[in-house]
Design a protein around this ligand. Structure first.
Ligand code: ZN
Length: 273
């Protein structure tokens, strides 16, 4: 729905485009969850997965692309229920949407391949001929990026396959962590997306180990004590998941396959992180 509203008013300049991404992020923050829920999945996925790639091969090497990343991460945090302190690498995997930087590179690769293949393409000469020597060093033109990608990626590897492999590599290099033990290939949709918001959020905060655990709350200066209900001096994710007599979920693996036992636990636990 948001996409349809905005698609008729596509931004014409790069700065407007960043504002446009911010507008969407602000709109999403101002709505309550109940207001958003009906159309949220579609809108968020559209926003986080497609909109930020608008003309990406032209602007993705700009240092200002970071501003778009900030808006995307805000949207991904809304989708996954993760806190600001959650490491960014978790967000695309939990949302099932490839990292924005890699998607833009994939968009550049797809454009470069098309421009190289067809001599009628407006970028054919730009893509196939060397960069003019008089270009300023500080610029990051499409020409060089496209030629580098065409040189380094085998022709028989599809753009989709390249993106999947690059995401896997990025994911592996961010580990190891608890979540890496259960997710080898990022990109699939995770179990539990159908759960009510509170349970989905709780699940993701257990999966990432970043949430309002008492040890974290004390570290952030929001609580005086980090002690858990039965006297454990530090209420951490590790304590909750492995030993807590009060809040321990049925199993660690259950946080990822979300079977019936885990669903029952999620609906009845009083754990609030
Ligand atoms: Zn405990």
């Amino acid at each position: 729905m948001l996409f349809n509203i905005y698609i008729h008013d596509l931004p014409e300049t790069t700065s407007r485009k960043y504002g446009y991404a911010d507008d969407l992020a602000i709109m999403m923050r101002r709505q309550t969850w109940e207001q958003m829920q009906a159309s949220l999945n579609q809108d968020m996925d559209t926003f986080a997965a497609y909109l930020p790639e608008y003309c990406a091969p032209a602007w993705c090497r700009s240092p200002h692309a970071r501003k778009v990343n900030t808006a995307i991460n805000t949207a991904l945090r809304t989708i996954t229920g993760c806190l600001n302190s959650t490491p960014v690498y978790h967000l695309p995997t939990l949302a099932g949407i490839a990292p924005a930087g890699l998607r833009r590179e994939a968009a550049t690769l797809a454009l470069a391949r098309k421009a190289q293949r067809y001599n009628w393409h407006i970028l054919h000469n730009t893509t196939t001929t060397a960069l003019p020597l008089h270009r300023l060093k500080s610029r990051h033109p499409y020409n060089k990026a496209a030629r580098d990608l065409l040189r380094s990626i085998p022709e028989d590897l599809s753009t989709e396959a390249w993106l999947a492999a690059a995401w896997k590599q990025e994911w592996e290099s961010a580990g190891p962590s608890r979540i890496h033990r259960y997710i080898y290939y990022p990109g699939g949709s995770l179990e539990g997306e159908d759960l009510p918001r509170r349970q989905w959020t709780l699940l993701n905060r257990l999966r990432t180990g970043v949430g309002r655990y008492k040890a974290s709350m004390r570290k952030w200066g929001l609580e005086d004590r980090a002690v858990c209900e039965f006297g454990e001096p530090e209420q951490t994710a590790e304590h909750i998941i492995t030993t807590c007599p009060l809040y321990k979920p049925p199993s660690e693996a259950g946080l990822f396959d979300v079977g019936p036992e885990m669903r029952t636990w999620l609906s009845s636990t009083e754990l609030d992180i």
